[in-house]
Design a protein around this ligand. Structure first.
Ligand SMILES: C[S@@+](CC[C@H](N)C(=O)[O-])C[C@H]1O[C@@H](n2cnc3c(N)ncnc32)[C@H](O)[C@@H]1O
Length: 392
């Protein structure tokens, strides 16, 4: 990113170019998506690097709508900064938790373009951010300003910052290096050994959802968060912010629901029943499938498989529910015949705990017919099992 061109973009002239670029990109006349036509037209009046800066922002704002919704058209991004930013729904939940613990101030140690910082500031916390990358600092500050939010951002190495004046230290270490995703926590930036030092105080650290449970220190709460069915992250809460051992938080159309290890009495293993529940990914990652089983008066169908069976039908935010219509043959040939018999031409294949590639199976089944159906392929008492189900 050209920092001078970005700084210019924030001036009145820059804002006029940005507005014009947005308008032209969206207008029918220029032919939607005809970036070259827009660029050529704009370059008649403005320097190439300024036009490039404006076009980049217009493109990134469009891409950012999925994460930042209505705020995206007013915000600024870098491509990597957008990719690494926390989506607003998840960042808002975190900020709301901080408020609930009566935190008044937070320092974001590696704030990127400000995804979490913005949410903290919107929640009314005094929010300060540091990042070692001057481009991201410029963008994060521009975002606070553009949204009319208080907060300050500076260029600094987070590992040398005195965070003690703040109620909470927050970090979201970069898990991508120059060569792609970094899997070892010590390879994160800042690394795990530094993250651990934060756990001596009230802190929150965003980590990969795949974090091994045994890496989470005692007395630190691990919270897995999903947004509209997709697991987005885990957050580790320490000091007075930790309120349980493991938690699954599910953000959905109807709001937010949370389940903790205290809600988990464990569950038995038993037979398939009239209803089947497929727990949300955050619940599975948090190891709370048995808590869902308890919540729907059910049991597991296999000790190691994340399906719950119950004879009761429940609406729960923690799982998708299905009515089991019948058991079908598991073997390809007999299954193909059974589906033909029922006129099933469109099939959703769900599977857990069995070696099946749904796309390959679908080809082998050579479906034909006008009916739609869902099957679940799994293991029950060690045996491959196929269930014809109907989503609630
Ligand atoms: C995953 S991103 C943070 C994204 C941010 N939470 C958001 O929602 O936009 C991690 C950030 O940490 C910064 N970073 C990595 N190591 C750092 C260090 N030692 N000091 C300061 N910043 C650092 C990177 O430049 C990057 O912007």
């Amino acid at each position: 990113m050209d920092l001078d061109a970005f700084a210019w973009l924030l001036t009145d002239d820059g804002q006029r170019l940005l507005a014009r670029t947005t308008e032209m990109t969206m207008s029918e006349e220029s032919g939607k998506g005809s970036a070259l036509a827009v660029q050529t037209a704009l370059r008649k009046d403005e320097a190439a690097e300024r036009v490039a800066a404006a076009m980049t922002q217009v493109d990134l704002r469009r891409k950012a709508a999925a994460k930042f919704g209505d705020l995206a058209p007013r915000m600024y991004f870098t491509p990597d900064g957008l990719e690494q930013a926390t989506r607003l729904a998840v960042a808002h939940h975190r900020a709301a938790r901080l408020r609930a613990f009566e935190a008044g101030s937070v320092i974001d140690l590696g704030c990127g373009i400000g995804g979490d910082l913005i949410a903290s500031s919107r929640a009314g916390l005094t929010a300060a951010g540091v990042d070692r990358d001057p481009e991201r600092v410029a963008v994060a500050q521009a975002n606070l300003d553009a949204l009319g939010l208080p907060g300050a951002v500076t260029v600094a190495d987070a590992t040398g910052v005195d965070h003690s004046p703040f109620d909470v230290a927050y970090a979201d270490p970069a898990r991508r290096g120059a060569r792609g995703r970094v899997f070892s926590a010590e390879g994160w930036s800042p690394p795990w050994s530094w993250v651990e030092t934060l756990f001596a105080r009230d802190a929150c650290v965003k980590v990969a959802p795949g974090i091994p449970h045994d890496l989470v220190p005692d007395k630190v709460e691990a919270e897995w968060v999903s947004d509209r069915g997709e697991v987005k992250e885990a957050a580790l809460w320490s000091g007075s912010l930790a309120s349980t051992h493991r938690r699954a938080t599910v953000i959905g159309e109807r709001g937010l629901a949370t389940l903790t290890s205290e809600d988990d009495p464990g569950a038995e293993v038993g037979a398939v029943a009239e209803f089947l529940y497929e727990p949300d990914g955050a619940v599975i990652r948090a190891g709370l499938v048995t808590a869902v089983a308890a919540g729907v008066q059910g049991h597991l169908i296999d000790e190691h498989i994340a399906y719950v069976a119950s004879s009761a039908s429940f609406e729960t935010p923690f799982a998708r529910g299905y009515q089991v219509l019948e058991e079908l043959p598991y073997r390809d040939k007999q299954l193909k015949a059974a589906l033909r018999e029922r006129g099933i031409g469109k099939l959703t294949i769900k599977k857990r705990g069995v070696q099946v590639v749904p796309e390959q199976l679908r080809k082998r089944l050579a479906l034909s017919g006008s009916e739609e159906a869902t099957i679940v392929l799994t293991r029950v008492a060690g045996e491959g099992t196929c269930l014809l189900v109907r989503p609630f």
